[in-house]
Design a protein around this ligand. Structure first.
Ligand SMILES: [Zn+2]
Length: 441
């Protein structure tokens, strides 16, 4: 591995000289932008805050210690808006035998019933949060499997983790269950009680085509309206073009004039619908003001998989078309080393890199860079994902000077700066999970 590119001075006040920062990551334009949309700026850090961002050379910082960035890219910290901290890292004890979606569900349900004690869930959540922290993530939204006795096991664990990570990673959570559970009054009561006690003001569920879809959505919207909660749905995670629940969700949101943010994830089947039908759905999504998150790594893993057959489809939704319609679009990790996705490390640099390849998020690069920072921050209602004067000096320093250098390598030598200081955090060792998996160290 290459040596660390920069050494930050121990001082509380220092200047990054000639750093490359995306014009889109700044609240206001600063000087001319290059081909990739970057400005060359000086960044003054003082007492953990960004005290000043100015065009390179425009301000004399006196005898302030300087770091010569020489045109290398500085990014805001990442925001990961769709994850499953409760499912992560169960792969070795519960593999997905064929790699498709139904097998992932079956394997996860079996492991959940057998193994998801509070101690087990807490340890795996902590492992994922430490990984995300080391890679430079500042905010995470996770879905929490909320079915049967698991609901009352996982939510207190989530609340403890959120508390423990306060000030380092902002953690939000949304419950996950299929809407057939809404017919069960004790399930609904459990969800409401757990969200009241431990939640983030976000209600959610997995939505697919089923006869009682509108009734189920009615219950969810009514509950969210009554409590003032946001909504976050898994939607149409399917290659069947007849999976059209996204349109129903948008229609219901419009009909009810729902006021709070709604985030929808996956929406895979939208990409496979006829052009006019897809456009009608996208128009409704834009009109309803939904945000859409694509999960490119997980979608490519699960969708269009059949034994001994080469996949023909990348599994992702029509993200470019949604963006063109004015929808707030983004990408995120989704699953991490569990039956839904065998790989992943809560590393948004990997998600971005893979997203660029899978979804063609490269023309223009600068626009799509928001999909791992400012856009998910907006969907989460958070003031992060940008670099601004007066804000915390939270950033990622890289050796790259343009997008091809940035995306060609995994950026393993990135320096994550939090409150002005280079973080020494590294991803935890997998061996720490051995005991949970019943394996000898
Ligand atoms: Zn998911």
């Amino acid at each position: 591995m290459a040596a660390a590119p920069f050494v930050l001075p121990g001082a509380r006040r220092y200047a990054l000289k000639r750093a490359r920062v995306l014009g889109r990551s700044l609240p206001e334009p600063l000087g001319p932008l290059d081909f990739d949309g970057f400005a060359i700026v000086d960044v003054l850090v003082d007492a953990g805050k960004i005290a000043k961002i100015a065009p390179a050379g425009a301000v004399d910082f006196g005898d302030t210690p300087e770091v010569a960035m020489s045109g290398r890219i500085v990014l805001p910290l990442f925001v990961d808006v769709h994850t499953h901290l409760d499912k992560g890292h169960i792969w070795r004890r519960k593999r997905n035998p064929v790699g498709d979606f139904p097998s992932a569900v079956t394997a996860t349900v079996e492991d959940r019933s057998a193994n998801w004690s509070a101690v087990d869930v807490a340890a795996r959540m902590e492992f994922s949060l430490r990984s995300a922290y080391a890679h430079g993530t500042t905010a995470i939204r996770t879905h929490i499997d909320s079915v049967g006795p698991q609901t009352r096991i996982s939510w207190p664990v989530l609340a403890e983790a959120r508390e423990r990570w306060l000030g380092r990673i902002d953690v939000q959570a949304s419950p996950l269950f299929t809407i057939d559970h809404l017919a069960n009054a004790s399930h609904v009561a459990d969800i409401e009680a757990m969200l009241d006690a431990y939640g983030s003001g976000i209600l959610g569920a997995a939505i697919r085509m089923e006869p009682d879809l509108r009734d189920g959505l009615g219950v969810l919207f009514e509950l969210a309206e009554r409590k003032g909660w946001e909504l976050d749905f898994h939607v149409d995670e399917s290659s069947d073009p007849a999976a059209r629940s996204l349109k129903v969700i948008a229609d219901v949101a419009i009909e009810r004039r729902f006021q709070r943010p709604i985030l929808v994830g996956h929406c895979c089947s939208l990409a496979l619908q006829e052009d006019d039908e897809r456009q009608r759905t996208i128009d409704a999504v834009a009109r309803a003001g939904l945000s859409v998150v694509s999960l490119p790594m997980c979608n490519m893993f699960l969708q269009d998989r059949a034994a001994a057959r080469t996949p023909r489809w990348r599994g992702v939704t029509a993200l470019h078309e949604l963006k063109r319609a004015g929808v707030n679009v983004m990408i995120a990790s989704d699953n991490t080393r569990d039956p839904f996705y065998a790989y992943g490390d809560m590393d948004m640099m990997e998600v971005w890199r893979e997203g660029v390849r899978i979804l063609h998020l490269d023309y223009p690069f600068a626009d799509w860079a928001q999909a791992v920072s400012a856009s998910p921050a907006k969907a989460m209602g958070l003031d992060c994902g940008v670099l601004h004067q007066g804000g915390a000096a939270n950033m990622i320093l890289t050796r790259a000077r343009d997008f091809t250098e940035l995306l060609a390598r995994p950026q393993s030598d990135r320096i994550v700066v939090r409150n002005g200081e280079a973080s020494s955090a590294r991803p935890p060792d997998y061996a720490e999970l051995d005991a949970l998996e019943g394996l000898a160290p």
